[in-house]
Structures are given as structure tokens and as C-alpha cells.
Design a protein around this ligand. Sequence first.
Ligand SMILES: Cc1ncc(C[n+]2csc(CCOP(=O)(O)OP(=O)(O)O)c2C)c(N)n1
Ligand SMILES: [Mg+2]
Length: 283
Amino acid sequence: MTDAAAVSRPNVSLAQRAWAIRRNALLMGEVQGQGYIGQALGAADLLAVSYFHALTYRPNDPEWEGRDRFYLSIGHYAIALYSALIEAGVLPEGEIPTYGMDDSRMPMSGMAAYTPGMEITGGSLGHGLGIAVGAAMGLKRKGNPAFVYNLMSDGELGEGSTWEAVMSAVQWKLDNLICLVDFNDQQADGKTTDALASGPQAPQWEAFGWHAQEVDGNDLDALVSAFDTARHLKEAKPRVIICRTKMCKGVPFLEEREMAHFVRVEPEEWAKALAILDEGKPV
Ligand SMILES: Cc1ncc(C[n+]2csc(CCOP(=O)(O)OP(=O)(O)O)c2C)c(N)n1
Ligand SMILES: [Mg+2]
């Protein structure tokens, strides 16, 4: 398959895209024997809807001025974004065996400097939304109709800088900003709801002036509907979609792991995980 061909296969369903994203992530994880697999498997559905339903972009021209921007605030989720960018034909499938290696364009934490499709260098958590606010303001002032998407995590809801960005986005009426929160109820060494961010999230964002939706982030139909609502809303306010996801979704023996922030998988378990995924391949 040529890289550009990936995105131009019109008969590929979103379920098949999400499956392919999960498969790419497992193949990359296997290269290192460990990694942020739980996040990639959990966020595969929201990435499939982003890249194969919502976003406008040109796989062969990742810097095209008219593209919707997709900011990965959470640099440690890079494996998830690479997996989507490979399926989208922005990154070549052939680079999977380089994942996390010296001189690879796909390091474990995302770097904007040398990875096509990686718009910002995230990873110092709590900054993606602020950067997205600035970019959304800039695009509006230039009359560029592109959307800015910012994918952040529930752990970042505990960062003060996130809420400064939340307030300024309202102040500047950023109706071209769509924030996606991967609410997996995990933040490194414990549950997010045991730290901060307990209770329903949408009312909090609404209180600040955002249009907020809370959906099952592993339900493709619910995601499509939420993205469509966020994109077509006529109100002059920023939009957030809080996606409740399950870490390691799609590989039950990994889903059972309580602490899935950084997953170590035994060599023989990779084949088992891939076989389970292959068995469930959508037709
Ligand atoms: C400013 C900052 N503080 C701390 C860290 C260390 N850190 C890396 S990932 C992470 C967990 C953050 O929560 P979340 O992204 O929800 O974790 P996950 O769902 O991936 O387990 C932390 C604290 C960081 N990268 N940046
Ligand atoms: Mg989390």
C-alpha cells in the first residue's frame, strides 16, 4: 500500500480505521517491548473519527495552510498519533520498526521538529490548550477557516494553565477551537477521579462558557455525532468533547491491568495481543 493510498480508500469504515490504528500501535509497542499502549488503544476510536471523519488535510502536504490543525498536548500519546498518521498516509508504514529508536522520526514522546503531522511538541503537560488558543486566534485573524483540535488528557485537567486557556478561549470567542479530552480516569500512578476532576465534567466547562459534550469515547457513532455537533455549532464559543475511554480497549487481557499508564508486555504476549485484535477485525 502506498502511503497516500491509505486515506484514499473510500470503502474503509471507521471501525476498520480504528482497528488499523490499534494494530499499528501494537506493532510499535512490540518494537520496544513496552510503552503507552493503553493510551493508543483507548484513544484509537476518537483518532479514527478525527482523521477519517472530521479533519480536513492533505496527506502528502502536511503543512498545507488550509489544513485543520491537530495538536497533541500529551506528548506521551505520540504512539497513538503516529498510528493514526500512518493509517492516514502522512507517515510511512515502513517506519514502524524504527519506533523509539535513535534517529527515528517517531520518538516515544512527540517532537514537532521532525515528524510530519506532529504540529506541536507536547509532553510538558498543560500547555497544548494554551498553544491551541493562540493558533486559533491567529487563524481567525488571517481569515483562515481551519479548525484547531487539541487532544489533551484528564491528568491535564489538574494543571492551572489549562484553565487559563479555557478562560481566554471564551474571551476571544474561539468558535474554531475544538478540545478533545481523553478521560480514561488514569493519570500515571492513580485514578484521575481520586486526584482532581471528580464529578461530571461538562457542567464545569459550560460554567466557563464553553459548549461541552460528554460521550463514550469508544463508541464511534457517538463520537461522529459529537464531532458533527462541535463543528457545525453556530454559537461563537469554543467547544469541548469529553471522551470517556477505556485504556487498552480492544485487548481484554490488557484492559484488566489496573495501572496501564506505561504498559510492559512480555515478548510472547505481543503475539497474543495481535492475534486477539486480528480475530476481531471488522469486515
Ligand atoms: C508538567 C508535567 N508534569 C508532570 C509530567 C509527568 N507526567 C507524564 S504523563 C503524566 C500523567 C498525566 O495524566 P494523563 O495524561 O491523564 O495520564 P495517562 O492517562 O496517560 O495515564 C505525568 C504526571 C509531565 N509530563 N509534565
Ligand atoms: Mg489520563
